[in-house]
Design a protein around this ligand. Structure first.
Ligand code: ZN
Ligand code: ZN
Length: 119
């Protein structure tokens, strides 16, 4: 059986046939880490339960929509938390909103800030 020639990886390394280059192994593990982050696990399910509880308590104390003053049904993060737990749990970053306002909250809030600046 002929021995297959080693290949040259994109990174410039000579890699024996059938073997992943070190740079490719690194990419593989990074990809796997990213996948693990997006996959829900038991701790994230618990996290959701805790959020539901915190949200309900927050809405009890702040029952009015921050924008229209209607009945608030959800808690919005003023600054997008993007998975950052500190920002996610920072109550200073929470605002009570009703559903219609939530969909247009960001745009409306920006407009309102603009308006207040002009006063
Ligand atoms: Zn490589
Ligand atoms: Zn509202």
């Amino acid at each position: 059986m002929p021995v297959r020639a080693p290949r040259i990886c994109n990174c410039g390394h000579r890699v024996p046939f059938g073997v992943r280059c070190r740079c490719e192994q690194k990419q593989d593990s990074e990809r796997k880490a990213r996948f693990d982050q997006t996959r829900p696990n038991s701790s994230q399910r618990g996290y959701t339960g805790a959020w539901d509880k915190a949200k309900a308590a927050f809405l009890k104390r702040h029952p009015r929509c921050a924008i229209c003053g209607g009945r608030a049904v959800l808690v919005d993060h003023k600054a997008p938390h993007k998975g950052n737990r500190e920002l996610f749990w920072d109550k200073n970053n929470w605002q009570p909103l009703c559903t219609p306002c939530h969909s247009g909250a960001k745009q409306r809030q920006e407009r309102r800030n603009l308006h207040e600046d002009q006063k």
